[in-house]
Write a new protein. Sequence first.
Length: 451
Amino acid sequence: SAFCSTPTHDDCDPMDVACKNKFAPLSELNYCSQGGVNLSDVRGNTYPCRYYENIGAQQIFDKSIAVMTRGTEYIQELVCNTSDPHVDNCPFVYNQTEPPETFYVADAESFTILIDHSVVATQLDITKASSQLHGVIYVENNHKLCRSDPTARSDPRGHVESHTDEAPCYIKPETTNRNLDYVSLGTLLGAAGISLDDINYSGQTYRQTGATIILSINYDNFYEWTGVGDITYIYEPTVIEDSSWKFYKPFYDSYRQRRTTLNMHGISVEAVQGGTIKGFDFNNLLIQITTSLTLFAVATVIVDFVALYILPDKDVYEDYKYELTEDFSDRRQQMEASAAIRSISGGTGPGGGGGVGSHMSMERGDGDLGPRGSSLGRAVVGDAGYSRLLADAEETSINTYREGSDETETSGYNADLLPGAGATQTRPRTGSTGGTPGKEKPSSVSALWGR
């Protein structure tokens, strides 16, 4: 909401009996015809001036307030009375009994406008009245106003304490004892970059035509480098180009019989609230993280598709993208076999009663079969979950194959010790038939101490 107030001494309440008005003398107002100033220095038309109080000069609406700067009075009488049965049509409802009179409101720019507003952020559970906050007025290009106002700063939050003489700048509004802001109409127009004596259109000044000012109130509680803080606001006045404002206001001497109609022109100030109030919200954080991860996944798919199916070197990219590893199922079987061997070797060593010795041989490559005459064997984990011990018979020799020679050493027989049986079963070695040794090149031999 907004209210207009008459300029007074010491900003006293104009309704107080001892409060005196503080208008400029008519002789100093060059737009007043009774001022006696040089008309060549006047822009626009001159008219007689009248002193008005705020009650007669203001017009308050829901989200705006208007201050009259020029008015025209019409004295009118009712000439068409439809209660007369002989009256069928009314070409004129009222006739003017006297010539209209046009005048300016003297020193209209000195009227002050009090602004009372509030900010509500329902999702963050924030409700603040303007009396609990602090704000400034933004001056875009009026260097004179920045130089003349001692509160002019370059930082809207006042972090920079030094005064600035250059626009843009931020100035502080006046405040009441309840910390409500008020600003003169002249200062508000100056912040918007105009004055009432500037030409609006058709050679007429803003004082004569009136105008519409949009007063944006922008709230913010985010501070750079520090995060969320106290809520502040900025008034940003903007004049609508080639705009005007007028309003008809009737005053009845005798209802409908005689009236004075006031055609008001002036400055309309319309408030528009906005801005950004920030606060931490966990649900919003999860949404942002999920969205970011989704975008990363989509980007990965797109890059892979382009690299593997579109680019010229797609075959090379595919080789570098995928790395072949060992079969982990084989790795698990090897680990199970090693565990079984360790469990078997946990018995008595060589010379013990039926146990397997602790000396375990490794598989050897071609041509490295180990020392001749050694006892060889290996433990194998069967499908049924038991171990079978392959052991050489006593004093068994191994056939060896020598490159470039047909000579074969004497071979014996291997004995398989079947689990759960006390007997041994013999079989000829590979490559021999009927006990005759044959040529063989073993790929590997596993040695295990025997009984």
